[in-house]
Design a protein around this ligand. Sequence first.
Ligand code: PEP
Ligand code: MN
Length: 335
Amino acid sequence: MIVIVKQGATKNSIEELKQELRQKGFDIHESKGTTTTILGLVGDTSSLTEDELLTYDAVEAVRRIREPYKLANRNVHPQDTVVEVCGRKIGGGNFQVIAGPCSIESEEQITEVAKDVCASGAGFLRGGAFKPRTSPYSFQGLHGDGLKLLLEAKKATGLPVVTEIMSAAHLDLFEDVDVIQVGARNMQNFELLKVLGKTNKPILLKRGLANTLDELLMSAEYIMAGGNENVILCERGIRTFETSTRNTLDISAIPMLRKKTHLPIIVDPSHAAGIRHMVEPLSMAAIAVGADGLMIEVHNNPSKALCDGPQSLTPQAFDDLMKKINKTVAFFQGN
Ligand code: PEP
Ligand code: MN
């Protein structure tokens, strides 16, 4: 349920209203726009009537939120959320590119790629240390040692780092990580989401291979309900009947999510297509439909990559792509 506050309502009358609602057991999410203030009531509002709320001086109107996601809902929070990491903003007109290898393989590899993508203008470095592989016989990542190498690459370049967590048991290892990624396969690992909701780390939440947008938003809600509202959503392609690409990029997810939620939305064209030559056109499409950023896999030697070589760009190809990304962002998003 949301309460729209009257324009010109006194501070006292708003405070009184908030206090009474808190006493009734609701958490209140206040969203102040330039002209309108909205109070989002989180909790079981079934016993609360519209008429009861309208008796308060400060109340202009009351609306029930039909969707099961409340904190992630744009109706509760009309302004775009801007997530800020190490002084870099994402969302609300701030576009970011996250680039790096699928997995961290060696000090030389991650540092070399980090320096290259930094020079090309990427805002964040990615690299997996815990890899969710379909086969237990495939390279699983360097785990804690990989995270150390990633942090060394951060030191060498100044790029904030994004890396995937697969189990809450590993959380201590992520203390110096800037953005924690929840991969597609863990989007509905609710126990993991609850633990991440109790941290103060920005979370990059990827859409599951076969999950609806509302399910993605409910997973974001799990994190936000714990108190952590720094969630970035990522469309990374979904399973369809098509077999010529690894997944099918759901391009319509971006404008639809934009309507449903205030959270930043980025696109991962690398995992969506699984094929190098499609990364550029899908990146352009993502920008055109209003994505807040891109996550792109880059490897210094894609043919030797231990994971996802066929979809990884060389540093040179990434450099060329960054020039096109910058122009396209300026054209479509005016910055
Ligand atoms: C990744 O980004 O490394 C990854 C495994 O992606 P996804 O979870 O989208 O498959
Ligand atoms: Mn990958």
